[in-house]
Design a protein around this ligand. Structure first.
Ligand SMILES: [Zn+2]
Length: 448
């Protein structure tokens, strides 16, 4: 999947993040990847993974949710197994307990959401590029052997809408014989070795769609072309695009297993999409950060700083480990300053006065004040972590050189690191002063 991979052994995690990550580069983009376990495929699982991921990798700009989905084919949209869907709009649904029932509840549970404009632009580029469709040969390149589970299955049966699944009695349960009259007649597809890409509305629920009646009703009413689980929740956390390889028709009929192939083609399309996305466009995207994510991200690093400091005391900590945590703290100071800058823009005296004049009221000021207050606490924690490290690094630099044989034990290296840490401490101190100043400015606009 990656053009280049990096070790994830020494990442500084957000507090309580236990996800497994693979780090790499695709084209000019750095990518963090997580494979959720196949056993739990519910909405909350994806949301939890994304939340934890953001708590460790605060600078993630967007998430690609890549996996399988169920097609909603109709007269105007000939979408088939093994095709790929890009979700230009995601409609959240909730399904009741009677998932298999023809009349099971399947109701809208929130507002429609779209992926960022930059990603939609890349989809257009992918579709209108020199080759509008991806060749099947590119898929076979990714297979390890002719018996690879991700080989493209040949059987693609779409049953008539008025032939819902009859369980044990159903035609789909028979090993070989299929009554052709029960299947939809579809046009011959000429470019059989192309992966067809579709874009449109995706229905995102907490349970997979398994009812042909509901599928037709919702695809007609809401123009849905694909159903899946997970995306709606993730979109609340971070800008997100869902990319789904079609592995069934959402009708409950048994079919051969298209999931491995469908997952693979979706992943190939995700790679292709990143290839069409320019780095400056990605930099245009906001860095979305919820206060709780920022807090976990900071706390993970400050706890690691304290534990590194105590390991330094026991002298079993390598220089490299100390360098990594100093770098992690520097990154946090840097991004925290960015977040605070954004708030400061809203908080400078003039804009506050204007806000008051326009009667936007004290509530807005109060929100900013409280947010800044919580950032101040995190910033003070950061300084405490830096301080603890500094004290131990200071001791390391005073050891006698002859006692150390390895290069990493060289006191001059430790001194270099301590100097870097001193710079960090000074910059963190300045940031604190700015926060403090702005808090006292805002305080004056609030009621006593
Ligand atoms: Zn059936």
């Amino acid at each position: 999947m990656f053009d280049e991979t990096y070790s994830s052994d020494h990442i500084t995690r957000g507090e309580n993040d236990t996800n497994r990550y693979e780090l790499g580069r695709i084209g000019e983009h750095y990518v963090v990847m997580n494979y959720p376990s196949a056993v739990t495929r519910d909405e909350n699982r994806a949301t939890k993974i994304a939340t934890d991921m953001k708590s460790t990798f605060m600078s993630i700009r967007f998430i690609l949710l890549v996996g399988v989905g169920s097609a909603a084919p109709c007269m105007t949209n000939d979408i088939r197994l093994g095709d790929v869907v890009f979700g230009l709009e995601v409609l959240p649904y909730k399904q009741g307990a009677v998932a298999d029932s023809e009349n099971g509840p399947y109701v809208r549970s929130g507002v429609a959401k779209q992926p960022p404009e930059e990603l939609r632009g890349a989809i257009t580029l992918l579709k209108t590029g020199d080759r509008s469709n991806i060749q099947l040969e590119e898929v076979t390149d990714h297979l390890s052997s002719p018996t690879d589970a991700a080989q493209r299955p040949s059987q693609d049966n779409l049953y008539l809408p008025d032939y819902p699944c009859r369980g044990e009695e159903c035609d789909c349960g028979r090993p070989q014989l299929h009554d052709a009259r029960l299947l939809m007649e579809r046009n011959f597809r000429r470019h059989i070795n192309h992966i067809m890409i579709h874009e449109g509305v995706v229905g995102s629920a907490d349970q997979p769609m398994r009812s042909v009646t509901k599928r037709i009703e919702l695809s007609q009413r809401d123009k849905i072309i694909c159903f899946e689980t997970g995306t709606a929740g993730v979109m609340d956390i971070c800008p997100c695009l869902t990319i789904r390889g079609i592995s069934d028709y959402a009708d409950g009929h048994k079919i051969v297993d298209w999931k491995p192939y469908a997952s693979l083609v979706a992943a190939i399309c995700a790679r292709k999409l990143l290839g069409r996305l320019q780095l400056p466009e990605v930099r245009e995207l906001d860095l979305p950060s919820k206060p709780s994510q920022v807090a976990r991200w900071m706390q993970g690093a400050t706890h690691k700083a304290h534990s590194t400091a105590s390991r330094l005391r026991r002298s079993d900590c390598k220089l490299r480990a100390a360098e990594q945590i100093v770098n992690a703290l520097r990154e946090r100071r840097y991004i925290l300053a960015d977040i605070i800058d954004l708030d400061l823009l809203k908080m400078d005296k003039d804009s506050l006065r204007k806000a008051m004049e326009r009667d936007l009221g004290q509530n807005d000021t109060k929100v900013i004040y409280d947010r800044m207050k919580s950032l101040e606490v995190l910033q003070l924690d950061l300084i405490k972590g830096l301080d603890a490290l500094e004290r131990q690094l200071h001791k390391q630099t005073r050891r006698r050189p002859m006692l150390h044989h390895r290069e990493s034990d060289d006191p001059r290296e430790w001194k270099k690191l301590r100097d870097q840490l001193d710079v960090e401490l000074a910059l963190a101190g300045k940031l604190s002063e700015r926060i403090h100043k702005c808090l006292s400015t805002t305080r004056r606009f609030l009621p006593p």
